[in-house]
Design a protein around this ligand. Structure first.
Ligand SMILES: Cc1cc2nc3c(=O)[nH]c(=O)nc-3n(C[C@H](O)[C@H](O)[C@H](O)COP(=O)(O)OP(=O)(O)OC[C@H]3O[C@@H](n4cnc5c(N)ncnc54)[C@H](O)[C@@H]3O)c2cc1C
Length: 398
């Protein structure tokens, strides 16, 4: 057993934290109020390698491990959870899909541009009538022997209006009603491709400067070279990408919860006398108990996240542990600002105080990349399918 981060992890964490404090956190309020994509932060993200953290150097990435990705996302989540979502979805969804499932030609064509920040990536699975049940999506792609034609709409696509590279899913089964898990295929498109249209840009209550848009595919042609992976395997490939994405996105949730606890400590410390938690006083007040409980849970969520990252990098099964990390950290990201708002009182609800932003930002982290209910479903299915005691600690022990 070893709970220590490597010196390289610590150095990386420090560099990302310094960057976040210097360039991201100081602008978070302004970016939240404006609610437009912060292009001026992109050169800094690019310089630090944050747009290609886990990809091999031969494709222009930093070649770091998943723990490094989670540590960076915790720092970004602490500074601005909207900017963190840009980095997470760019790395963890679009770029990772092309890395894991793309041909060598596709990797060589797209990864250097994505890792180098020349283009941002978007990954469009969700549709107006297909989110949790992704297998039922309605966008269709029909092959005429030479090329594919796609028709349909995507919704809530992160980087939908600002991306340079898109991975988009469609049904390619001949059956009219779609064919579920065996009928999805992923396609790669570049910005401006004829028939790929950007629709409504969402005005959201939280993560407001993260770009979220609808996409419309109108007789959109794709060559066979634009198919990513094997036709019909898109659903399974997407689930693999989402398993890894859940580990990464957990890092952001830990960062939001940590930021809330830090704000709580900042508020309570100078008011200790009022709260009755001066040394020597008997019993803890509600504020002290809240801080103690949440600080402990932030540690627990981080450990779950890093365990899932370690399993992933060790090449072991990690799907259940990824869902556990996302479930616990996503719910904590929502609860920590909620409870810290209770501690701070009305001042915390003022737009002058950052904790109300954490509260608004956090909700997405219970929804995106599989809601908390879907994580419970994934975990319970595995618990009930496995011939092992439910209390067994983790796959890591096997
Ligand atoms: C800001 C934002 C950014 C996003 N970015 C992307 C992106 O980049 N790419 C992308 O493809 N998608 C993206 N999404 C979509 C997101 O992944 C979906 O919203 C999410 O998967 C839930 O799907 P849904 O919205 O269709 O809800 P639904 O699937 O309709 O679910 C509605 C509710 O029912 C619950 N539910 C559904 N099925 C079950 C079940 N079987 N058991 C128990 N409860 C259930 C859900 O937990 C949820 O509470 C984004 C969403 C948001 C809000």
């Amino acid at each position: 057993m070893n709970f220590e981060l490597e010196p390289a992890h610590l150095g990386w964490q420090r560099r990302v934290r310094e960057f976040c404090e210097r360039e991201v956190a100081v602008r978070a309020r302004e970016n939240d109020e404006k609610g437009v994509f912060p292009w001026d932060l992109v050169p800094g993200l690019r310089r630090l390698g944050l747009l290609g953290i886990i990809f091999p150097k031969e494709y222009g990435g930093l070649g770091l491990d998943t723990a490094s990705l989670c540590l960076a996302l915790e720092e970004l989540g602490r500074a601005d959870a909207a900017v963190a979502l840009t980095v997470e979805s760019h790395n963890g969804l679009c770029t990772n899909h092309l890395f894991l499932h793309g041909s060598e030609a596709q990797r060589r064509r797209y990864l250097p541009r994505l890792c180098g920040g020349e283009a941002l990536g978007a990954w469009a699975l969700t549709e107006p009538a297909a989110g949790s049940d992704a297998a039922s999506l309605k966008t269709r792609a029909v092959f005429d022997g030479k090329s594919w034609t796609l028709n349909g709409s995507k919704t809530f696509t992160t980087q939908g209006s600002v991306a340079g590279v898109y991975v988009i899913f469609a049904q390619t089964s001949a059956k009219d009603n779609g064919s579920g898990k065996d009928g999805l295929t992923a396609f790669v498109f570049e910005k401006g491709h004829p028939g790929l249209q950007v629709g409504k840009i969402e005005h959201k209550m939280g993560i407001r400067c993260s770009d979220t848009a609808q996409l419309h595919l109108v007789d959109c042609k794709a060559s066979p070279e634009q198919v990513v992976g094997t036709p019909g395997r898109g659903f399974r490939d997407a689930m693999k990408v989402l398993d890894a994405g859940r580990v990464a996105i957990s890092g952001i949730s830990v960062g939001i919860a940590r930021a809330a606890v830090e704000e709580g400590i900042k508020w309570v410390k100078p008011r200790k006398a009022d709260y009755g938690i001066l040394p020597g006083q008997a019993g803890l007040t509600a504020a002290g108990r809240t801080l103690a409980q949440l600080a402990s849970e932030v540690d627990a969520a981080r450990l779950l996240t890093l365990r899932a990252a370690w399993l992933m990098d060790s090449g072991r099964p990690f799907s259940r542990e990824a869902s556990m990390a996302k479930l616990i950290s996503g719910d904590l990201a929502m609860r920590a600002p909620t409870e810290i708002l209770d501690v701070i009182g009305p001042a915390g609800a003022s737009l002058d105080h950052p904790v109300q932003r954490f509260f608004r930002d956090a909700k997405l982290y219970q929804i995106g990349e599989g809601s908390s209910q879907i994580q419970q479903l994934v975990i319970s299915r595995q618990l009930l399918a496995e011939d092992v005691p439910a209390a067994e600690p983790s796959a890591a022990a096997r």
